[in-house]
Design a protein around this ligand. Sequence first.
Ligand code: ATP
Ligand code: MG
Length: 409
Amino acid sequence: MNDVLPAQVGRWQEMERVAREVFALYGYREVRTPAVEQYALFARGVGELTDIVNKEMYVFEDKGEELLALRPEGTAGTVRAFIEHGAHVEGLQKWFYLGPMFRRERPQKGRYRQFHQIGCEAFGVAEPAIDAEQIAMLDDYLARMGVRAQLRLNSVGDPQCRPPYLEDLRRYLAARKGELCPDCNSRIERNPLRVLDCKVESCQPVLREAPRLLDRLCDGCRAHFDAVKGALEDLGVAYELEPRLVRGLDYYVRTAFEFTSDALGAQSAVAGGGRYDGLVEMLGGPAVPGVGYALGQERLALILESLGRKAPEPAPAVFLISADAAGAREALRRAAELRRAGVACDLDPRGGKLKAQFKQAERVHARYALVLGGDEVASGQAKLKDMETREETPVSLDALAGRLAAATR
Ligand code: ATP
Ligand code: MG
């Protein structure tokens, strides 16, 4: 789990601000759900046999009442809220969320036990256009953040074409289990699709030759997939087909995708998502289709860092420096006036040596500094010093707010 200190928080605020802007452009509205839900929601929604629920979830008993869990992802809780508040009666719903998620994973670069996701869900549209639009929205977001990531796309079929494929896959994997790692072996029965996702080098030859679900899609899934690809092409979003792409959650059908970046090393996915048509119904709601994704903020922060991008930090327009007691009183008064006018300003209430106060002005990256003492108070005139060029310009104290408001707008 990480602390985000003030020096880095600008990056986080930027990720979130741009996300809000992009979501608004596409008509997605924010939903805020609790970080704690009933354990049963995730067991049913994410899948009891998935690693996430099986191994990684923080589960606790609420004083002998019921079993609760810290949310490991955002979709299950969002779907619960959608059902609980009968949101389907209003037809198509496009929601987004931001917030912390919890998984007891082995901590390493890009993988933490409390991490943060920016995610969205669209409920009520079975048409492939929304899959493509949502992917394009994420592509748009990454572009606005100045990040290039590769879109990897697959179809994971549906309850019609997947089961017979899984039988074939199990049979194939079982026949070659001697060539597969222990993790893969333990998944052949439980979750054979996940085996395809194994990153262990020695498993790759077996996985490369494995039967592909993409070759076995039923007509419905095939048509859906073709339409998603067509719409992405119309929208100018480049993708790579990745027949072995699966998702770690049980609920996905048809469209599955990931955005990856070389900057991330082994934990290469910055975002992932797909379609989950059966999930709302499975969690006790009406038969409403859905599609969504989640982006990992820590991973996006790592990419931005690797690009050498500085985190934006707010800085005061002016730092008021006091030369004496009269100047200190004036500084406090003028600071209030400036702030009322919407001009960010700062001062050091400890006063002290001019040099130390100038140092503080530099530390907070103030654009200007202004020294106030008895003379300035008496004359109503002071010198505005540009902290970069060191140039000094005379100003009337009464004109200061107007002048800085214009200069820093
Ligand atoms: P991975 O394959 O990297 O484990 P995942 O498939 O488990 O990812 P999802 O559940 O789809 O991930 O979550 C979406 C995104 O959330 C991921 O693409 C990643 O950016 C981020 N994410 C997932 N788990 C973690 C974690 N433990 N720490 C930091 N970010 C994470
Ligand atoms: Mg994972």
